[in-house]
Design a protein around this ligand. Sequence first.
Ligand code: MRU
Length: 348
Amino acid sequence: MLIPPLRWNDEAGCVDLLDQTRLPVEEVWLRIETPEAMAEAIGRLRVRGAPAIGIAAAYGVVLALRGPGVVDPHAAVEAAATRLAATRPTAVNLFGALERMRRVAAAHPEAGPETLHAMLLAEARALEAEDRAAGRRIGEYGLSLLEDGMTVLTHCHAGGVATSGYGTALAPLLLAHERGRRLSAFVDETRPLLQGSRITAWELQRAGIPVTLITDGMAAHVMQQGRIDAVLVGADRIAANGDVANKIGTYGLAVLARAHGVPFYVFAPRSTLDPDTPDGAGIVIEERDPREVTHGFGRPTAPDGVRVYNPAFDVTPARLVTAIVTEEGVLRPPYGPALAALFAGHAV
Ligand code: MRU
């Protein structure tokens, strides 16, 4: 069952986007008509998750050429791409997607607004379709690592609405369920924005997959109790040496998994791999508004004026990762050579 985060609306020539900040209480679809509105949606996490951010940004560039009155289409595309690139720094999918859109525009310097619009729309659609196919294959490879009856732990949300609809870390669970295999999940609520409880628990429950919600601080306890057979997480960027940036709290889970002898699997499409960043130290970690911590969902939960540190992601060193699952196969350590081989086009 696919749960896409957005749909291109052919009739209106714009994007219909599921506002993920309203989940799970309401399913509100927003009409996004300009690159600026798309940038706002990405910045405010109305659309979130590394692959979904890339897809949304690609369609955001298309919106730069919406309607009549575009005088310089190439300048409009560049301005949109620059604005969208400034929304969130960590997920490399955003920059990869924008680079693809820029390349299409650069390859057709003489194209007028309508022709360029058609070409950019085709590219955004291709990017989305590739991600959907990747999710399915990631699910297949992921499932090969899991046995019937296992219970996994996941963090944040790496399912349908974080991608083009199939997910990465949640893809094996959905696939297992489709095939009548029994897997169940513990889900970290994922402070401060609760993507785990608001979105992962919602998606798994909707799909009919047994899910148990815990707060982030309970993960050590459930692992100590022997309730977790594997940890499955997504990624926002994987450096050339296999270091993994993902939602804040992921590194702690990797340390816990190692301490308890539990395998720690990272799921990501090729678009999340960053061969240009040698290791995790080079990954920019987004810092977000302190109010996300002090005013969880509107209500003050901390004393006025307290100093806050609010990094949205952390880096898990490659040595703590049991395997990286991509659409091209399951990579095992040492990741440097494994990733280099993947980029050189060798089978993994
Ligand atoms: O801040 P978010 O909600 O965009 O963070 C998302 C994550 O960290 C996901 O785990 C990651 O993007 C993988 S999504 C398939």
